[in-house]
Design a protein around this ligand. Sequence first.
Ligand code: 5FX
Length: 544
Amino acid sequence: MNELSASTRVTSRMSESPLFLGLDSSTQGLKAAAVDESCRVVAEFGVNFDADLPEYRTRGGVQRGPDGLTVTSPPVMWAAALDVLFDRMQASGFVFDRVAAVSGAGQQHGSVYWRRDARALLQGMSAEKRLRETLRDAFAVAASPVWMDSSTTAQCRAREAALGGPQAVADVTGSRAFERFTGNQIAKLAGQNPSAYAATERIALVSSFMASLLIGDYAPIDVSDGSGMNLLDIRARRWDPRALDVTAPGLAGRLGEPVASHTVVGNLHTRYAVRYGFPKNCVVVAFSGDNPCSLAGMRLKQPGDLAVSMGTSDTLFGALSEPHPSAKEGHIFVNPVEPAGFMAMICFKNGSLTREAVRQSVGAQDWKAFGALVGRTPPGNGGRLGFYMREPEITPPLFKTGIWRFAADARPQSAFTPEIEARALLEGQFLSMRLHGGRVGLMPSGILATGGASADPAVLRVLSDVLGAPVFTGNQVNSAALGAAYRALHGWRSRKARRCLPFADVVASAPSFTRVVEPDPAAHALYTALLPHYAALEAKLAAG
Ligand code: 5FX
């Protein structure tokens, strides 16, 4: 995804038709993308927290505690960034008066604790006063825990013990208990700082917090981002009473009722009409998590549409009609654009950095040379398999780092030739995606490849053959901000139609992705035969 740090870009002349604004309050900055009714991106803007708001002393947008586990950001900085962003857009001539609807994305799991009576501060926002002044006393907790926080292991274990184990928690909430998930953060706060919890009137996610700044009231949490809390019953789309009970007293009232993601949560507060010239009837569609919004931005509309984002770590995304939550494989969230559907997201920590390390170790100067090495060996590598864990892996949970190589008869090998090593790396990574994706119900019919490695033909060839589906690429701008803009359009149109319109119809005119690789059926059959062998070796490694 492209960081726009402190930059402003207007990519084409504004059309006269209504515009739809998507914000992305991410870890490092606040971004915006505006689209027109035919889903064409007309403008992008960005604010970088470290560079543009240095007074909050963040690094990478966060502050780290002395324990090395606690990671927070000041919520007032996120509010301040909204003013900086809109000021910057105004200075560059952005036509706020054409914005019919705004929606947004927020880094998932982060939580904001509104102090009693903060609602009055929100309602009373004025065009003259900056948000950072208006909201100075609005928070019961000045430092919001964010997704990078991993300080709640005790609360996670307590949740799993109380609710029947990791799989039982996953069955209801879509994920086993994870340290960064909001319910565990709330449990920690209520246990360790009961007076702050008592002073809290409302708890927001980063997404609903940002929406609150726009409507001038507490905005509801949407069910898709709400799925990242270990609190929501993802099937009933309601808070699970048992999950709330084991978290903190009086929690339901502090969370408010969750809403469907396409809901219009309010009109834009008049502050924005007066200060920037937004139309008075501009609506705000529920904000959601950055990953759900990315799913919308990548237009993964139906089960079978997958995206593989190949960055520092690799992420596999996909829409699902039936959830198969797993305590070992990633997360199931409610789908942000299909109210009855779900989405799966699985993270693989060993992504680009591991690929880079192996590329260097096999003596390939660049990715072209690496691709040439891969091309010297046949698909399936004669049954040889490798596991390359430079970082402790999340999926499968493999905490020991190292490289494990196996011959076709499963005998461990101390080394492979460079060409076998190069192929074993890619095949191992994509077999893992196929295995673990399959376990939560992700069965690809098309794959959108994004991130740095998606430019590499050898990578895409192996990806397509292992997963057995065509691969597409596209010129994506920030997919979370773009997805938020699409969701603004979707919510706005749905409201006009008085029903949730099919998202696919709403984004039908968006620029199409390019089909770049077709799977080779013979190679795919080979990988299908190899998968049980891969699964057995992986299970052995995971068992130590
Ligand atoms: C997802 O579960 C995560 O924790 C991250 O991808 C955050 O959403 C990043 F903002």
